[in-house]
Design a protein around this ligand. Structure first.
Ligand code: SF4
Ligand code: SF4
Length: 164
């Protein structure tokens, strides 16, 4: 799917020109690459406090599109849904290293597969960055059984760690 190129047409891309706090709401929202990684259920290792990703997604994630099915009401419906904003971003150190908000907050560039760079919303899936092809919903999975879904595959761990 092609993106609305009025966001970038004829001028330097807004994400290079503006700080996160200077962006319009539309620009801010367009930065989300739709990877769905931030919507994965994470478990904390009791011994090390390390956050461990699971293959489980929040019940509100449409895994096919990697988009929230109730984005407007997400914080009311899911108490631990993170509030990502210019003021909170520096505290969200668990966000994936590939997350556009994190990249820009750290003064880095968006990757080639980011929909705003590629012009194609599917590129995040085609590049294997999104959770679409391997995640499953937390719906119906008892909390005590979530540990079975901890990501162990080295390739997925690499994607989730943001290592290149
Ligand atoms: S990790 Fe960042 S870019 Fe990916 S879906 Fe979440 S907020 Fe959007
Ligand atoms: S409520 Fe929506 S945005 Fe928040 S974690 Fe769940 S799927 Fe993701």
């Amino acid at each position: 799917m092609q993106l609305d190129d009025t966001l970038t047409e004829g001028k330097a891309p807004f994400w290079r020109e503006k700080t996160l706090s200077e962006m319009s709401q539309e620009e801010w929202e367009s930065l989300c690459d739709g990877c769905g990684q931030c919507c994965l259920v994470k478990l904390q290792d009791e011994d090390t406090d390390e956050l461990l990703h699971t293959r489980l997604t929040c019940k509100l994630l449409d895994i096919g599109t990697c988009r929230c099915v109730d984005y407007e009401n997400r914080h009311e419906r899911v108490s631990d849904c993170a509030i990502v904003s210019p003021t909170t971003i520096e505290h969200l150190d668990w966000l994936p290293h590939s997350c556009a908000y994190r990249l820009l907050a750290e003064g880095r560039e968006l990757y080639w597969w980011h929909p705003l760079v590629s012009g194609d919303r599917d590129s995040v899936h085609q590049a294997g960055i999104s959770v679409r092809d391997w995640a499953t919903s937390e719906e119906g999975v008892p909390e005590g059984k979530m540990v079975r879904f901890i990501v162990k595959d080295p390739k997925l761990k690499q994607i989730l760690s943001g290592e290149e």
